[in-house]
Ligand binder design. Structure first.
Ligand code: RP5
Length: 167
């Protein structure tokens, strides 16, 4: 869903344009679930003032969750969570130097009091963060709930229909 079709409920942000290769998998899932969302590059290191403004305005703009992907010294999710009570779902982007272990540990090891829900490294984490955001919205948005239910049913049927790995 585009930025203009509906006021965004989920903010999908990433530390660099280079993270899009990973984070596009979150965008695709949000799109498929019909979750209104926006997509922005917000860098903790290169645009800290933008980060602060984004986090400070998130609740007032109606965002219900922020999916934040970052790699390396991945401060973006934690810094967003420090500035807003909107739930932050952190996605560790797979870094070149350390295969994303740096990203994972940077995001997951938050001190008590400032939670960031942390997902798997890379594409799976991005996809699951979007599905998780959809699940958060599902009780209030029947269309999202129905899309999520349908996705889960299709996923189950797909395994059952292809249960012989030799074919
Ligand atoms: C992080 O640094 C970004 O999230 C990205 O994963 C990483 C590398 O950024 P670029 O040098 O590719 O812009 O802040």
């Amino acid at each position: 869903m585009t930025d203009t079709a509906h006021a965004p409920l989920v903010g999908l942000v990433m530390g660099s344009r280079s993270d899009w290769e990973t984070m596009q998998h979150a965008a695709a899932r949000l799109e498929a679930m019909g979750v209104p969302h926006e997509v922005r590059v917000v860098s903790a290191h290169r645009t800290p003032d933008v980060l602060f403004d984004y986090a400070a305005s998130a609740a007032g703009r109606g965002l219900r969750a922020i999916i934040a992907g970052a790699g390396g010294a991945a401060h973006l999710p934690g810094m967003l969570a420090a500035k807003t009570a909107v739930p932050v779902l952190g996605v560790p982007v797979q870094s070149k130097a350390l295969n994303g272990m740096d990203s994972l540990l940077s995001i997951v090891q938050m001190p008590a009091g400032v939670p960031v829900a942390t997902f798997a490294i890379g594409q799976a984490g991005a996809a699951n963060a979007a599905l998780f955001a959809a699940a958060m919205l599902a009780p209030e948005y029947p269309a999202v709930r129905d899309a999520l239910d349908a996705f889960r049913i299709r996923q189950t049927e797909d395994v059952a229909d292809n249960d012989d790995p030799r074919k």
